[in-house]
Design a protein around this ligand. Structure first.
Ligand code: ZN
Ligand code: ZN
Length: 420
């Protein structure tokens, strides 16, 4: 059976669960949870997976849930959805908009919203899992539905890996994941190679020697030192990264001093780096260290600078063969709604899972914007201004055909292995 005809068989029952899936989606949207706090979502997920007949492993890496469905000999496919929401006050006019609040990791009361669409991912994967479970005569192998916490914190996937994921899901052949994006709903796109950037944030602390503002000769001024570093860092992308490669180095914050007539003791810089290859990533991080150390020496800084890396996201580098297989299945099933995904500047921690398991992966995007609204914005040249993007308080994927497309994409992607 071809992937497409198998998918059509499995999806023939989609209509029967559509209302239930929409209701589940609205509930998830109304009850968003911050990274590492996805308790309610995880309970819902575990319940739904059990009902569908999956063997369920809950509490993996905190609130992670893994559903395993064995269905005879065959390949093992892992489908992943992320579950967490963001500290944003929702300002959509959806009837199921969130009014939820929660306490963040700093102890502050914050509004919470599914502003990245992870509720779409959860609803689609639960739907796809149920449809595949209900049509076990159509495919052979093992289906793994993985729901991970804390994608927004960048450490949810890693947490599941460190908690023994490999022991729960031995012998995975391929890992697949998707994200809803501000593109026309009904649209699905993937592409081989680096589709999402790697991201690193770095805190750099440099030391001077404080003194009275009128006596600079008694000081080593960390403000001037920090300023020199900012200027010199501009040469990393301009002079050290090959011009054919996209990369970003932003100094997002400089903090030093409290008063105009006091030279402070130290300065702190916050940097953000985006890269599309591991070699460029290493090279840029090394260049930052080299420049900071050298500028500190040039200033006569009395102490070594300190570096702290945080909010790190791996590169999402779609494996060509797996991507080709999914792209061919998408083209056969979706026709001209299947397109090539252009490189995105966002970052994801999904690839930590396949990288740790040593298996190929591909990651695709589905659109979430009403197609006519999108086309109107496009005609007016106002997509960036008029279409709310992920992490916006106005981000509001249309329920359909977003949910159906995301569900279809997961079924088709999984069957590209399991229907063979
Ligand atoms: Zn996000
Ligand atoms: Zn996201």
């Amino acid at each position: 059976m071809t992937t497409s005809s198998a998918a059509s068989k499995v999806l023939a029952r989609h209509e029967d669960i559509r209302a239930e899936q929409e209701q589940l989606y609205q509930q998830l949207h109304q009850h968003p949870e911050l990274s590492h706090q996805e308790h309610r979502t995880a309970r819902t997920v575990a319940e739904e997976l059990r009902k569908a007949g999956f063997e369920v492993h809950a509490g993996v890496g905190g609130t992670g849930v893994v559903g395993v469905l064995h269905n005879g000999d065959g390949p093992s496919v892992l489908l992943r959805a992320d579950m967490d929401a963001l500290p944003i006050r929702e300002s959509t006019d959806l009837p199921y908009a969130s009014t939820a609040t929660s306490t963040d990791s700093d102890g502050n009361e914050v509004p919470v919203m599914h502003a990245c669409g992870h509720d779409v991912h959860v609803a689609c994967l639960l739907g796809a899992g149920r449809l595949l479970a209900d049509s076990r005569d159509v495919w052979r192998g093992t289906l793994i539905a993985l729901f991970q916490p804390a994608e927004e914190a960048g450490d949810g996937a890693r947490g599941m890996v460190d908690d023994g994921l490999a022991g729960i899901v031995p012998g995975v052949d391929v890992a697949l994941a998707q994200h809803v994006m501000p593109l026309p709903a009904g649209w699905v796109g993937t592409g081989a190679g680096p589709v999402l950037s790697a991201a690193d944030s770095m805190r750099v602390t440099v030391h001077g020697r404080g003194a009275h503002g009128s006596m600079p000769h008694a000081a080593v001024d960390p403000v001037v030192l920090a300023a020199m570093i900012v200027v010199r860092l501009q040469t990393v992308v301009a002079r050290e990264v090959p011009p054919t490669e996209t990369s970003v180095l932003t100094v997002g914050s400089i903090q030093a001093g409290t008063k105009s007539n006091v030279i402070p003791d130290s300065a702190q810089l916050l940097l953000n780096l985006r890269t599309y290859s591991d070699s460029t990533r290493e090279r840029m991080l090394e260049a930052v260290r080299r420049i900071v150390v050298a500028e500190c020496q040039a200033s006569g800084s009395p102490r070594e600078p300190e570096f702290e890396l945080f909010d790190r996201f791996p590169l999402t580098d779609n494996e060509p063969a797996a991507t080709e297989r999914v792209a061919a299945a998408f083209a056969a099933f979706f026709g001209d709604r299947a397109t090539v995904l252009p490189q995105q500047s966002a970052s994801e921690d999904f690839s930590d899972i396949p990288n740790a398991l040593g298996v190929p992966y591909t990651y695709w995007c589905v659109g979430g914007v009403d197609a006519e609204t999108y086309r109107r914005a496009e005609r007016a040249g106002r997509v960036a201004q008029d279409v709310p993007v992920n992490h916006s308080a106005r981000f509001a994927p249309v329920m359909q055909p977003t949910l159906s497309t995301g569900t279809q994409a997961l079924v088709v992607g999984a069957l590209a292995w399991l229907a063979g």
